[in-house]
Write a protein that binds this ligand. Structure first.
Ligand SMILES: Cc1ncc(COP(=O)(O)O)c(C=O)c1O
Length: 383
């Protein structure tokens, strides 16, 4: 049995958790959180990084920072996880779904440009599979508008676009440390701030709408309720786990890159024969090596291949179901959307097992079984 994902220990995770307990601080904003924050802040060149209990929480915090209301619209790609839209829908803002580009599966800047009007307060982009979307295209579309760019960078920590880190372009960017991501602590996330002006208020909203941070700094003699917010902070126990994962960054990226390259080199030669397309990385982007996906020729074939792989003990999976046609879209979206690329890609995409401990032999076995499964599905379709 080869699972789709298996989180692994990369170094001192458990020792760090013991140390957090011994030090007597396991709630949020503890010493391990400070070290994780500093390591992410310097890697991304950010103004600040706030650790949260999930990427969903970080997106909700970004949405609260924008003080959105029912007259506002947020542009979101239809091909993404629910949270990218839900976090903004919860504020009362309407969601306007747009389509993606077939090459990177990131948002299509032309679709963004066509969807802009005076009601649009923010555009959320996703770096799908850890490959940067067309950031310059989106920034050009937003150039003469007040709309804020938000990067949902759940997949792309340490990936780059034209030499700069993913997560460094938006006024806000979010990260995920969920067990399925490259760097994990079970459930976790972060809000990256790229504008100094947002630092003070973001900390208030993170900490139940209170100015506790000013109190801890000694700026005020007691702390009070001063703004909206919630309890978004990450426990220092989880930050302790996460720190060890981030300290193993080079090794984790090396392992994941080797898996990615092995899948590519074994599967690309089959593209023509099987009518498949392996994921591609544009030359001006460095991937975060989050996943390896393949596009099959049709939904029917994709579904048969997934069934065959399950029977062979290999857990390959499909991914996002388009949000623009989801039941909640009728309630939260601004207007019906047409997203033909999303519909097409979503129906043909397969993600192959991908985790740090996957061995070269495992990858060879997955590829053998995958090729066999596609042949069998094609033979049945021809018969
Ligand atoms: C693009 C994207 N954004 C947000 C999330 C939510 O992340 P979390 O589980 O940390 O809330 C996911 C989850 O997989 C995701 O794929």
């Amino acid at each position: 049995m080869i699972p789709f994902n298996r989180p692994s220990l990369e170094g001192g995770e458990l020792d760090n958790m013991f140390a957090a307990v011994a030090a007597g601080h396991i709630a949020s904003s503890g010493p391990f959180s400070a070290r994780v924050t500093e390591s992410l802040r310097s890697a991304l060149g950010a103004s600040d990084v706030l650790l949260t209990s999930s990427c969903t929480d970080a997106l909700e915090l970004a949405a609260l920072m924008l003080d959105l209301g029912p007259d506002d619209v947020v542009i979101v790609p239809s091909f993404t996880f629910v949270s990218t839209a839900l976090a903004f829908a919860r504020t009362g803002a309407r969601i306007r779904f747009v389509d993606i580009e077939p090459e990177t599966l990131g948002v299509d800047p032309e679709r963004v440009a066509a969807a802009l009007d005076h009601r649009v307060r923010a555009v959320v982009v996703v770096h799908y599979a850890g490959i940067g979307c067309d950031i310059d295209g989106v920034r050009a579309a937003l150039a003469d508008t007040p709309a804020v760019l938000v990067e949902d960078n759940a997949h792309g920590l340490f990936g780059t676009y034209r030499g700069s880190p993913l997560g460094s372009f938006g006024r806000f960017a979010t990260l995920s440390f969920h067990e399925t991501k490259n760097f994990v602590c079970g459930e976790g996330g972060a809000l990256v701030l790229n504008d100094d002006e947002d630092i003070e208020r973001a900390h208030v909203l993170l900490d139940k709408g209170t100015n506790r941070r000013s109190f801890l700094r000694g700026d005020v003699d007691h702390y009070s309720w001063v703004d909206t917010g919630s309890s978004f902070g990450m426990s220092d126990l989880l930050a302790a786990f996460l720190l060890a994962q981030l300290e193993a960054k080079d090794e984790v990226l090396r392992k994941r890159r080797a898996i990615f390259e092995k899948y590519s080199s074994l599967l690309e030669p089959y593209e023509e024969e099987l009518g498949i397309r392996c994921m591609r990385v544009p030359d001006d982007r460095r991937p975060a090596y989050h996943m390896f996906y393949v596009l099959l020729p049709s939904r029917h074939l994709r579904d048969r291949v997934l069934e065959s792989l399950t029977r062979a003990g290999i857990q390959a999976v499909f991914h996002y179901v388009p949000l623009h046609s989801s039941p909640a879209a009728a309630r939260f979206s601004d207007a019906p959307a047409e997203c033909p690329v999303t519909d097409d890609i979503s129906s043909r995409l397969v993600r192959l097992p991908f985790y740090n401990a996957l061995t070269p032999t495992d990858v060879e076995h997955v590829v053998d079984q995958f090729v066999q499964a596609v042949h069998t599905a094609m033979d049945i379709a021809d018969a």
